[in-house]
Ligand binder design. Structure first.
Ligand SMILES: [Zn+2]
Length: 394
């Protein structure tokens, strides 16, 4: 993975320059490293790395000890260098339509605490109160780990909309209440900390790549199945966001050119048939008492044939929608998460079948379709990963 310096405007590395900055940037980006790994990552000589680690250690910014945190593996346990808590904290914030989740980690990549609150009102219609609530939650989680906003080097914020490279909502009709907002600036104002804004599925992809089912995968696609459908693409450890920043809008792939008109303005998007909102509407024709998608999944897992059929049909349609992506980028792995991730037992096999019937056989054979390991933690942890990477997108 490339070592990326954080922009100078961020709090990270205040007072650090030259070799100490290079070594500290490598440790933040890669996690705990042996000295040999630091030599490889920084291009510095071994004596220079040793002297620089000693310098950072006397400043209280790194600690060294025997452990299995090294990245090369094999052989006897090596001495591993890691950033201390004094180097700062990274925060991830995931804002969904009905939840806000916060995760906090040390720059050594150790997750310290996570909390989630459910929203009574839909976040689509109440951006400012939701940002207030999210800022309060960050404060509470910081308090839980005996830290303050001044300890935070950056916040990775995810929202369920395409985000342009300029940090604006890419298709305002997909999150209309947020159209005139600059969410990163709004959130940074509330907390006094730099904020890196990204699409929620992109963050989920980074979270699963760093800590979950996509660990180390060279060509990874993360599919987020929730109210809508989104995807994030990670190529060799770097998020691929496309020329405008909006790559991965899987939910708005047309699967029926004569289908109904979607909120994005096109016809027959897969989200209209297989997104959580659509599935709930279809299920309510039979079960009007269903409160949300979780109810639908519970009924399916309890054996209700109608709910099971809805989810398996949705899986097959998503497989068809994914086939173009599989033909074009030939991924190693597709990791499926999001709210509907709890129904993956019912959806994964039809998804594989949909793919097999629509994509090129060699590409289908090469791709592993699997459930995420992080469940509803993926996007907030991806927010942490964005800060650790030190770059908002690519
Ligand atoms: Zn659409």
């Amino acid at each position: 993975m490339t070592v990326v310096p954080l922009p100078a405007t961020q709090l990270w590395g205040t007072g650090l320059a030259g070799n100490p900055r290079r070594v500290a940037d490598a440790l933040r980006t890669l996690g705990p490293c042996t000295r040999a790994e630091l030599v490889a990552a920084t291009g510095l000589s071994r004596p220079t790395v040793t002297a620089t680690v000693a310098e950072l250690s006397s400043a209280g910014l790194v600690t060294e000890g025997v452990g299995n945190g090294g990245r090369l593996g094999g052989g006897r346990p090596a001495s591993v260098v890691r950033l201390t808590r004094s180097a700062g904290l990274a925060v991830g914030v995931d804002i969904g339509r009905r939840h806000v989740r916060v995760a906090i980690a040390e720059l050594s990549h150790q997750i310290l605490a996570e909390q989630e609150v459910r929203l009574v009102e839909d976040a689509d219609d109440n951006p400012k109160p939701v940002l207030d609530l999210a800022a309060d939650l960050v404060g509470r989680v910081l308090h839980e780990v005996c830290a303050a906003g001044t300890d935070v080097v950056g916040i990775g914020l995810g929202i369920p909309a395409p985000i342009t490279l300029a940090g604006r909502i890419g298709s305002p009709m997909l999150l209309p209440g947020w159209e005139h907002l600059a969410p990163a600036a709004e959130f940074a104002d509330r907390l006094g900390v730099p904020v890196l804004l990204n699409n929620d599925a992109n963050l989920g992809a980074l979270g699963e790549y760093r800590w979950g089912a996509g660990r180390g995968c060279p060509v990874l696609v993360y599919v987020k199945l929730a109210t809508g459908i989104g995807a994030g693409i990670v190529l060799d450890g770097r998020l691929f966001v496309g020329s405008a920043g909006t790559a991965g809008e899987l939910g708005h792939v047309t699967i029926d050119a004569r289908g109904p008109v979607c909120r994005c303005g096109n016809r027959g998007c897969v989200e209209l048939s297989a997104g959580g909102r659509a599935l709930l509407e279809q299920a309510r024709l039979t079960y009007p008492e269903l409160a949300d998608v979780s109810d639908l999944i519970r009924m399916a897992n309890a054996g209700d044939p109608g709910c099971r059929r809805l989810l398996s049909d949705a899986g097959a349609l998503i497989g068809i929608a994914l086939s173009g992506l599989v033909n074009l980028i030939n991924p190693d792995r597709i990791v499926v998460g999001g709210e509907l991730g709890g129904a993956t037992d019912l959806m994964l096999e039809p998804m594989r079948r949909g793919l097999a019937e629509s994509a090129m056989p060699a590409a289908v054979t090469a791709v592993q379709v699997t459930r995420g390991e992080l469940a509803d933690r993926a996007c907030a942890l991806g927010g942490v990963a964005v800060v650790l990477r030190g770059a908002p997108t690519r």
